[in-house]
Design a protein around this ligand. Structure first.
Ligand code: TMP
Length: 237
């Protein structure tokens, strides 16, 4: 499958049309940003590692019956996916306090939350992806009631599967971000990526961070964190 016109360039990925109008190619880049684009950098081989990790996890979710945009891996940096219109929501799932939740609510990082917390942000760079609730989603027509219910159900199921799977690999799934898309026939499916860019992944025992927080917080050994996730999830370096 050949790449045709580029449709979109994001912070970490490019999306291309293909000869098949129902399929797109995603290309993963090594570029990394944080603080809504204020902090910029490169994480060597990140594109390759995230492509591997995302595809591995999407396949596992597909096996569990979660519909995703995943079709097949094309090469190190490219994956073939189903065409969807991205619903402009960041769906955050949190098992332990960390990051913006810890700051906003004054809960120490690593504290187990009484229930799994789901948050929505409106995907809009100019506005800095503000947090919104289900009323805003409906008021702004970002998704209808049935679609919101489907997104919530899928997000909690994905959390259950991934928490379980990561635990077997010695990784604590602290929190993560999902994006969903609508197929041409209107079905809501999981899209975008699941990787150390979009998850907080801690060593289960030492709580060492193995994710993008190492870049966001200038902790060093960023590549090593991603490599460790590849090693644990896929059994390779
Ligand atoms: P937060 O604590 O900064 O709100 O992030 C929660 C989780 O969601 C964390 O694993 C990082 C991920 N995330 C993204 O991947 N992209 C985003 O734009 C945001 C806000 C969070």
């Amino acid at each position: 499958m050949k790449k045709l016109d580029m449709l979109y360039e994001g912070k970490a990925k490019r999306v291309y049309k293909t000869e098949d109008e129902n399929l797109y190619i995603i290309e993963y880049k090594d570029d990394a940003t944080a603080q809504n684009g204020l902090k910029k950098g490169t994480i060597e081989q990140k594109g390759i590692m995230n492509n591997k990790i995302a595809n591995h996890l999407f396949k596992i979710l597909e096996e569990k019956g979660i519909k995703t945009h995943h079709e097949r891996l094309l090469n190190d940096r490219e994956v073939l996916v189903k065409r969807v219109d991205i619903i402009p929501l960041e769906v955050l799932v949190r098992n332990y306090a960390a990051g913006s939740l810890s700051k906003r609510l004054g809960i120490e990082e690593g504290v187990k939350l009484g229930v799994t917390v789901l948050e929505f942000c409106y995907k809009n760079d100019e506005l800095g992806d503000p947090m919104i609730n289900e009323y805003h989603i409906k008021a702004m027509n970002l998704a209808n009631e049935a679609e919101v219910e489907k997104i919530k159900d899928m997000a909690f199921q994905i959390n259950d599967y991934l928490t379980d799977y990561m635990k077997k690999k010695g990784i604590q799934l602290v929190d993560f971000k999902l994006e969903f898309g609508k197929t041409p026939s209107g079905e809501v499916i999981l899209a975008d990526e699941i990787s150390p860019d979009t998850c907080r992944l801690w060593d289960e025992v030492t709580h060492e961070k193995l994710d993008k927080d190492r870049f966001r917080r200038d902790m060093g050994k960023v590549e090593e964190g991603y490599q460790e996730v590849v090693r644990r999830l896929l059994g390779e370096n």
